[in-house]
Design a protein around this ligand. Structure first.
Ligand code: CA
Ligand code: CA
Length: 224
């Protein structure tokens, strides 16, 4: 561009054209569109994390807090990534247990917690030596259900040999099965219409040696 034209251009006056009707309509349309966007943004913020318009609660929420909402899975722990059972109605909850407890020669073992069921109590195992000879161990076991429900419970304890106990026990008391040998056992516990079933096996390993074990394994199922 030459210098003469630049000077000429600097002296030019600009006129602002009156907007055409079409331009007015276009600008109004743009503002309406922007308004819609901001309304949508507020709506999105309100429903962030919602699915199909329903908001979610974390896995530790109570069933009262979760009513009508979605539930998140557990973030950590042994049930990580899974939905807590308290949010599932009419579904049996099962857990497994299994331990090999070393026998102490010529000693009576203290009760060890093996499995616990929320709202019912704890299954314990005492592992004893029934062989009085030093250096030789015969595993003898007492399996007990300790009632920690806060109420009396109805309970039946059984081994493969038959009924061992059948009745009601008070809170803080227990029903025990003394077992020698290898057998299966079960506890059926009821409290206010909720039920616990424990099915287990006990086995003597290393009989007559100084390295004998009381082996116990099984499942615990609650139906609420
Ligand atoms: Ca012994
Ligand atoms: Ca031993």
């Amino acid at each position: 561009m030459r210098a003469k034209e630049l000077i000429k251009g600097a002296g030019m006056r600009f006129r602002v054209a009156r907007p055409s009707p079409a331009m007015v309509v276009a600008v109004i349309a743009l503002f309406v569109a922007l308004g819609g966007t901001s309304v949508a943004a507020i709506d999105f913020a309100r429903n962030a994390g919602a699915v199909d318009g329903k908001s979610a609660v974390y896995s530790g929420a109570s069933t009262r807090q979760s009513a009508g909402k979605l539930v998140a899975t557990n973030q950590r722990g042994s049930e990580r990534g899974q939905i807590p059972g308290k949010f599932l109605a009419g579904v049996a909850r099962a857990s497994g247990f299994g331990q090999a407890v070393p026998v102490n020669d010529n000693a009576v073992g203290a009760p060890l917690p093996i499995s616990s069921a929320r709202g019912f109590g704890t299954l314990t195992l005492s592992c004893n030596d029934d062989n009085p000879r030093a250096g030789a161990e015969n595993p003898g076991m007492a399996v007990s259900f300790v009632n920690q429900s806060g109420d009396a419970v109805n309970i039946v304890a059984q081994t493969s040999a038959g009924d061992v106990a059948n009745g009601a026990i008070a809170n803080g008391t227990q029903t025990s099965i003394g077992i020698r040998g290898t057998t299966t056992f079960s506890f059926r516990v009821e409290r206010r219409g909720e039920n616990l079933r424990v099915d287990g096996v006990i086995r003597q390993d290393g009989l007559g040696t100084p390295a004998a074990n009381c082996v116990i394994y099984g499942t615990s199922t609650t139906v609420r």
